[in-house]
Design a protein. Structure first.
Length: 289
């Protein structure tokens, strides 16, 4: 069989092969690997186009149900070190569906106003409405990542947040939100290459933040902080996945697959028309022209 044969694809579903309980610790995870997938870049790109259509269909189904009053939604949480490609996922996976059905939010350093509230305040306000797919580019997990690494609040305070997050996510799930959490894992070498490119290209300077180099100095501390969220906040109801991010084509394909399985899990049907279809057919048939 040829290398680009359609037979090459997922050997193990992404939802299984990428789950943190399967991948092992982040510190030993290979950011250039393609767990569960035996195809190459060409096959991966082809498959993304095909699966993108499935994703778009499922998203339309979710949106239609939302319009009919269904409160269910999907929330995709994206985390990852600088340059891991969170923005690329928003563009290339989010870009596969009707933008009307998306609720995209990025979370930067908290504003003075946000700091006057508890850390989940800004998160609550950004949750997707029924029928929507929410995408968080960074999330409430920042409050146990940089905040933990730099002790931006005392340890006694950030320690409590894991349980607060678990409770928050349990409530969300109980209220109809399907949560999938993706940590994009980039290697140090690939991060260096991407930072170099940002400096070499004037059209990428806007993405370059000198502070990212300082954060890179805390790499191992970040790995530890990430491992802590996987150990303490991974649950069948709100699972964490490791997304190898050195190969962008694979990261996109993987997140697309995870979204598809989340949407399929909702087992949605097209909502029933709230009008008399037969009567409307007669009225339309009777129209002149
Ligand atoms: P970017 O995603 O490149 O726009 O960068 C956003 C920056 O805000 C990153 O350095 C994040 O770590 C930082 N950030 C986001 N949320 C928090 C938070 N709750 N506490 C501290 N820093 C945060
Ligand atoms: Mg940045």
């Amino acid at each position: 069989m040829g290398k680009h044969d359609a037979a090459h694809g997922w050997i193990t579903p992404a939802a299984r092969s990428l789950r943190v309980t399967e991948t092992g610790p982040i510190a030993e995870f290979d950011p250039a690997s393609t767990p569960g997938f035996d195809g190459d870049k060409v096959r991966g790109a082809d498959l993304l186009v095909e699966r993108g259509e499935t994703l778009a269909d499922l998203q339309e189904l979710l949106y239609a149900n939302g319009r009919a009053g269904d409160h269910r939604s999907v929330l995709l949480v994206l985390q990852g070190m600088d340059t891991a490609g969170k923005g690329g996922i928003v563009r290339h996976v989010g870009g596969l569906v009707d933008p009307q059905g998306l609720a995209i939010r990025g979370f930067g350093k908290p504003t003075p106003e946000e700091l006057h509230h508890d850390f989940l305040w800004r998160i609550h306000r950004a949750l997707p409405a029924g029928g929507r797919i929410g995408i968080f580019d960074r999330s409430h997990y920042e409050d146990v990542l940089p905040v933990r690494v730099h002790n931006l609040v005392p340890q006694a305070e950030w320690e409590k947040r894991y349980e607060i997050i678990n409770r928050f996510e349990r409530d969300l799930v109980a209220n109809g939100t399907t949560i999938i959490k993706c940590a994009m894992v980039v290697s140090k070498a690939e991060q260096k290459a991407r930072l170099t490119e940002r400096l070499d290209r004037p059209d990428k300077h806007w993405k370059y933040n000198p502070g990212d180099i300082d954060e890179r100095g805390f790499w191992d501390e970040y790995l530890e902080a990430y491992q802590a969220i996987f150990d303490r906040c991974d649950d069948d109801q709100a699972p964490w996945f490791l997304i190898p991010a050195d190969r962008k084509w694979f990261a996109r394909l993987a997140v697309c697959e995870l979204l598809i399985s989340a949407l399929e899990g909702l087992e949605l049907d097209w909502p029933k028309a709230d009008f008399d279809v037969e009567a409307e057919k007669r009225r339309v048939a009777a129209l002149t022209e």
